[in-house]
Every structure is written in structure tokens, then in C-alpha cells.
Design a protein around this ligand. Structure first.
Ligand code: OGA
Ligand code: MN
Length: 221
């Protein structure tokens, strides 16, 4: 077992510099790609979470609440929500909390909290083009994906494809290689996961703003 408790989670000597680069990219382009965001130990510990007996993966669905349905023709990943009960999950969530505060400080985004799940794509599965949040209709404002796949090669598929919302042109095609973090504005980028030819492991997450009103609690608890 790799010991990650008490060690710095970020690969960079000065994470504040990485947060600067990330924030600048979000302002300029609406998305950011950071390779080697976490130390290899943290990335490996997160990958090991998938084998943890406490994690009961379920087939992911589409839509919220009553609209929720399993649709394997749209997405085939299996997910497990992160609660922070293990050292790896707690380390990850604490680091993403640091990133939340860093982005709020730099960009005044008002990010309120963060939800995330482990995602496993069995061979042959994909996630068709979608947006994580419709404009003004969700409290998810910033999407994150951290990849956990060592030695992913070009023929292994499973790339994340980001599209320009206006022109529908491909902006980026990103392989899910271990340690890579992708962050993008949830309402702005249609994206898809191409069919994986190997088992594909990641952590997907969303920073949310607080959109509670007097008569509506969002998200419902
Ligand atoms: C998602 C998603 C992208 C990826 O879970 O909503 O789009 O690369 N994931 O795993
Ligand atoms: Mn998505």
C-alpha cells in the first residue's frame, strides 16, 4: 500500500503556480488541461480505489431524479460516488477543495461545493456527445476529469473529445493518461468519450454554485 497520508498531493513544487495557469486558461479558453496534476502515488492510490470492496459500482444513468434512466446506447460507464471514507478519496477531495478555494480567489466564481465519482468504462463502452449542464438550468458550473490509466497508447481509444459549442468543431482530443486533469466550463463544452479499447479509469467531478431559493432546494437531498 502506497502511503499518501501527510504527503503533498500535488506533483508541482508550487501548486499555486499551477492554479494560476489553470485559472488563466479558464479565462482565456474556458478549459484547461494539466498533466501530472497529482503525485504518481496519489494517482495510483485513486486507481486502487476501484478494487476496494466498499465501492459498489452501478451502471451510470442519464437525467436527474424521475428522468433518470440507464441508457447503454448513450453511456456505458460504471460509477461509484466518492464520499471520502478512504485515504485516497479523502486526499483527492481535500485537494479539490484547495483548487475550489484557489479558483474562487482568482476568478470569483462562487464555487460552493464539489461532487465526484469514480468512473470505470469497460472495454467497448463510451459516452456519447453531451453537455454536463444546460445553460442556467443547473448548479454544475465547472467539470473536472482526472485520468488514472498508466501507459495509455494511441490505439487504446477512450479519448475525451471537446467541441466548440458554436461551430461544432473538435477543439481537443485528449487521451485519458494517468495524472492528467481536464477542467472545463460545464455549460459551454459539448464533449464525448470515444469507445475505450482497454478498461478506462477516471474520476469525474463537478463544482457547483449554491442555487438554493426559498422554495427550491437544489440539488434535492
Ligand atoms: C462525464 C464525462 C468525460 C471523461 O462523466 O460526464 O463526460 O473523459 N466524462 O471521462
Ligand atoms: Mn460529461
Amino acid at each position: 500500500m502506497l502511503d499518501i497520508v501527510g504527503a503533498a498531493p500535488f506533483a508541482a513544487d508550487s501548486p499555486e503556480q499551477i492554479f494560476d495557469v489553470l485559472a488563466d486558461a479558464l479565462v482565456e479558453r474556458g478549459y484547461a488541461v494539466v498533466n501530472d496534476f497529482f503525485t504518481p502515488e496519489v494517482t495510483a492510490a485513486l486507481r486502487a480505489e476501484f478494487d476496494h470492496p466498499d465501492c459498489h459500482f452501478k451502471t451510470a444513468g442519464i437525467g436527474r431524479q424521475e428522468e433518470h434512466a440507464i441508457a447503454l446506447d448513450i453511456r456505458g460507464d460504471r460509477i461509484c460516488w466518492l464520499e471520502g471514507g478512504s485515504a485516497a478519496a479523502a486526499t483527492f477531495l481535500a485537494a479539490m477543495e484547495q483548487l475550489r478555494l484557489a479558483l474562487n480567489r482568482r476568478l470569483f466564481m462562487g464555487l460552493f461545493d464539489y461532487e465526484s465519482h469514480l468512473a470505470y468504462y469497460p472495454v467497448g463502452t463510451f459516452y456519447k456527445k453531451h453537455v454536463d449542464a444546460f445553460k442556467g438550468d443547473s448548479n454544475r458550473v465547472l467539470s473536472t476529469v482526472l485520468y488514472l490509466n498508466p501507459s495509455w497508447s494511441a490505439g487504446d481509444g477512450g479519448e475525451l473529445v471537446l467541441y466548440d459549442e458554436a461551430t461544432d468543431e473538435v477543439i481537443e482530443q485528449l487521451s485519458p493518461k494517468a495524472g492528467r486533469l481536464v477542467v472545463f466550463l460545464s455549460e459551454r463544452f459539448p464533449h464525448q468519450v470515444l469507445p475505450a479499447k482497454r478498461k478506462r479509469y477516471s474520476v469525474a467531478g463537478w463544482y457547483r454554485i449554491n442555487s438554493n431559493t426559498m422554495d427550491r432546494v437544489d440539488p434535492p437531498t
